[in-house]
Design a protein around this ligand. Structure first.
Ligand code: NAI
Ligand code: PYL
Ligand code: MG
Length: 259
């Protein structure tokens, strides 16, 4: 499990501002607008209980405070519990939290105690980054490339198939690729095909996963992947827009999907 570091979460407000400006420019909507259309919801008076969790590698610096920033940015009242873990859960529920946000090393969930909706960060992140890629106004076709079919990429690919896009995907994990072909009907992508794309969803924990032969001259790369899979020199050589951000966009998708 690739874990965030406190450094990933520094200058979160600036990272959000930059990525949201790109999203607005290439899709016509900002993150709020896309989430509202995607889920048909708008934040209201919901209270968010943020519970630090000490299991595994323990509390990540800046993580809880980043979640508080995100809740407040989207107009919700957030509170970080004084205590972690079970004590923190009891505290949040006793203080009237409507939605619980908490993460261990394997799962990050948003759980709405009122409507009982629950979502994982993996699914919510895959869906929102796929949605952003699919809304590229300068796309040359409905062909879209998904790089990485793990927890995030598979959810993104499933969303794109449901939206009627021609999804091509690659993953060195043969089991994951076969599962996506069988369950989603995606097209396996091989570099030898020399097929190029104007929309790419990259969801891997590796750098340099995007090569020149994969992208058209004008392309949108939408990636939650940390580190970034787009080599800087390729981003400069072609007219590539990059949407990449370590936490906010995925958490926004979580919140909008459970309110
Ligand atoms: P995962 O480990 O479940 O899946 C990653 C997949 O990428 C694996 O199936 C692996 O075989 C594949 N892969 C690795 N190198 C590849 C390559 N060169 N070409 C094609 N596929 C390749 O990871 P998960 O949970 O899906 O997360 C993916 C990335 O997204 C991680 O870096 C994670 O930290 C990040 N992430 C970022 C979030 C955000 O809000 N920015 C939220 C959640 C995850
Ligand atoms: C949600 C992020 C995106 C990528 N990897 C995921 C990750 O880092 N998960 C671990 C989160 C641990 C939080 C820690 C705390 O501070 O409460 N237990
Ligand atoms: Mg994000």
């Amino acid at each position: 499990m690739a874990l965030l570091t406190p450094r990933d979460l520094e200058n979160l407000s600036l990272q959000l501002e930059e990525s949201d400006a790109t999203i607005k420019r290439v899709t016509g909507l900002d993150v709020r607008g896309i989430c509202e259309e995607l889920y048909g919801t708008r934040p209201g008076a919901q209270k968010i209980g943020i519970i630090p969790i000490t299991s595994g590698e323990g509390v990540i610096g800046n993580f809880a405070s980043s979640l508080l920033f995100i809740a407040q940015y989207f107009g919700l009242e957030g509170t970080i519990t004084e205590h972690p873990d079970i004590t923190g859960y009891y505290e949040a529920v006793s203080q009237g939290a409507d939605i619980i946000l908490m993460a261990d090393d394997h799962m990050f969930v948003a759980h709405n105690l009122r409507n009982r909706k629950i979502v994982s960060n993996h699914v919510a992140t895959g869906v929102i980054y796929a949605e952003i890629a699919s809304r590229f106004r300068e796309a040359s076709s409905k062909d879209i490339l998904v790089i990485g079919l793990g927890k995030v990429g598979y959810a993104g690919a499933a969303h794109l198939v449901k939206k009627g896009f021609n999804v091509y995907a690659c993953d060195p994990n043969r089991e994951f690729l076969d599962k996506a072909v069988k369950e989603l009907g995606i097209n396996p992508y091989c570099r030898e095909d020399r097929k190029r794309f104007s929309m790419v969803l990259e969801a891997t924990p590796n750098p340099d996963t995007i090569s020149e032969g994969m992208i058209e001259e004008r392309c949108l790369v939408s990636t939650p992947g940390i580190p970034c899979g787009l080599p800087p020199e390729i981003g400069k050589k072609y007219r590539v827009d990059l949407v990449m951000e370590p936490l906010v966009i995925g958490v926004a998708s979580m919140l909008y999907s459970v309110i």
